[in-house]
Design a protein around this ligand. Structure first.
Ligand SMILES: *Cc1c(COP(=O)(O)O)cnc(C)c1O
Length: 224
């Protein structure tokens, strides 16, 4: 049985190969290690193996884990990849360096207010619901470009990129292609796309951030 550090090394190798196959610089792809549901003891060995960029999907859970881990390792970069409620905007701006899930005006306004009052500037991405699934967060692809514009002009936010989670039972490639195209139209550089099962495909289609959880940390005992 290999442990998380070995699996991390394997994922890093696969990212490098996928980037080379796509004639891209491997350094243009950031690995976000998704540690949701895993306790501090499981995360520490991955930090010790050199990983610095982590993703969590719940503000409360991240608040309980990361201040402690950051005290030990100050150069951690923490990403929020789960849905954000406007009443958690304050904690989110305090804790996270990157927020992937801006998807409506109410959240954009709440983040703008907190960024202003805290003077902290997490980088922001807009989540796009590329599959237009009812249960899934994210702005509709038809409204995405206009929403990025509103974030800039009405809310005064800088948007770095777009993020998507394709429908589980579909070929992800057309969703990644759509996100890439929308990012071009919105004139943003980052594309957060690709998870354990499809990050190589995403890299082939321009992913700048891949969010990999179970392939590093192992199976999650409870859904997140
Ligand atoms: C859980 C999660 C991931 C990681 O999923 P794995 O399949 O375990 O790699 C990536 N992105 C988001 C938004 C998630 O919630």
């Amino acid at each position: 049985m290999s442990g998380a550090p070995e699996r991390l090394a394997d994922i890093r190798r696969r990212i490098e190969e996928a980037a080379k196959a796509a004639k891209r610089d491997p350094a243009s792809v950031t690995l976000v290690a998704v540690s949701k549901t895993f306790p501090i003891e499981d995360i520490r060995p991955v930090i010790e193996a050199g990983q610095r960029v982590f993703g969590e999907n719940r503000v409360q859970e991240a608040m309980a884990k990361w201040p402690i881990l950051r005290e030990e390792t100050p150069d951690i970069e923490l990403h929020l990849i789960g849905p954000l409620q406007s009443n958690k905007a304050k904690e989110a701006v305090m804790l996270f360096d990157v927020i992937h899930t801006v998807d409506r005006d109410k959240i954009a306004a709440a983040l703008a207010k907190e960024i202003e009052s805290q003077g902290r500037h997490p980088k922001l991405l807009v989540q796009v619901n590329t599959g237009e699934e009812d249960q899934k967060a994210g702005i509709s692809p038809l409204e995405a470009v206009a929403f990025v514009e509103r974030c800039r002009k009405e809310h005064g936010l800088k948007i770095e990129g777009l993020m998507c989670i394709p429908p589980v039972d579909e070929n992800p490639a057309p969703h990644f292609a759509l996100l890439d195209q929308l990012a071009d139209e919105a004139q943003v550089a980052w594309r957060s796309m690709g998870m354990s099962s499809d990050f190589e495909i995403a890299i082939g289609q321009g992913a700048t951030h891949v969010r990999v959880g179970s392939a590093i940390f192992g199976h999650r005992d409870y859904p997140a």
